[in-house]
Design a protein around this ligand. Structure first.
Ligand code: SAM
Length: 262
């Protein structure tokens, strides 16, 4: 009886265009507190700061195309709205050239980048079998069994209804790209998490970038020590590159030479 009343209520709101989520007890307490005129905000003991993000009046959040893209990818990506917003804005700032996502898992991030600039050709890479090597002492937060629950076909199907120039490649990057003509790369979302893959990917990409190109690296300064090490080793060798952290947990990397030339 109670179950069917709950289901009917849920259907009622779904039919009227609401997103219906289960109410967490903490939210219930906040709602009750509000009735008495108090606003409660949870504060993490690790970082006692509030608020993490104020989304009000952010242009990208009001962009209808961005909203459509988020809806299309939300069940196929691990990325949050803030990181997807950075990708959206930055991908659109690049000069002519191809797009790439290295480390796509279920493909939502790649589709989102493609949605930001649908006319661009995009190359999408993953082993579709998870990690090859985890470096002891560097990649310890990652589990060798993660990211196996996906296929190339899943990613291809995401793109199938759209008229996009997309190539999905299975295998360990960058070796998996060796025989491909990638053209000059204007934008790459590099999301491979770990030391070896990040290091090899950056070395491969450095010589293939277009003028006004950008690389966004996921999980920067987020406890992925292998990835942070790979970025700093790369910057130590390639002095023409600069790297800036982006909130929450990405890095923006680019060649100053390739921006100065334009
Ligand atoms: C965090 S997931 C990617 C998440 C994805 N970008 C999204 O939007 O949800 C990391 C992925 O990197 C892949 N990966 C790690 N090293 C790789 C490599 N060298 N070549 C290709 N894929 C790799 C893993 O298989 C895994 O699917």
């Amino acid at each position: 009886m109670l179950k069917s009343a709950k289901n009917n209520t849920k259907r009622f709101f779904l039919n009227r265009g609401y997103q219906v989520d289960k109410l967490h007890p903490a939210r219930l307490i906040r709602i009750l507190a509000k009735r008495f005129g108090y606003a409660l905000y949870p504060i993490s003991p690790e970082y006692p700061l509030h608020p993490p993000i104020v989304g009000q009046d952010l242009m990208v959040l009001k962009d209808a195309e961005f909203q459509r893209s988020i809806k299309a990818v939300e069940h196929h990506t691990l990325l949050d709205v803030a990181r997807l917003a950075n990708l959206w804005n930055l991908a659109r700032m690049t000069g002519p050239g191809t797009f790439m996502e290295v480390g796509t898992f279920r493909g939502g991030g790649a589709l989102h980048i493609s949605n930001a600039a649908p006319e661009r050709e995009i190359f999408v890479f993953d082993t579709f079998e998870g990690f090859r090597n985890l470096a002891r002492g560097l990649d310890d937060i990652f589990d060798p069994n993660w990211f196996k629950d996906t296929t190339e076909e899943h990613v291809r199907l995401l793109f199938r209804p759209l008229n996009r120039r997309v190539t999905v490649v299975k295998g360990f990057f960058p070796q998996s790209a060796a025989s491909l003509d990638l053209g000059k790369v204007a934008f790459c979302h590099l999301d491979v998490d770990v030391y070896e893959a990040t290091k090899e990917s950056l070395n491969f990409l450095a010589g293939r970038l277009a003028p006004r190109s950008l690389i966004v690296i996921d999980d920067f300064r987020r406890g992925a020590h292998g990835l942070d090490r790979a970025v700093s080793e790369f910057l130590g060798l390639r002095k023409e590159f600069s790297c800036f952290p982006l909130f929450p947990g990405q890095a923006l990397l680019f060649s100053r030479k390739l921006w100065d030339e334009c």
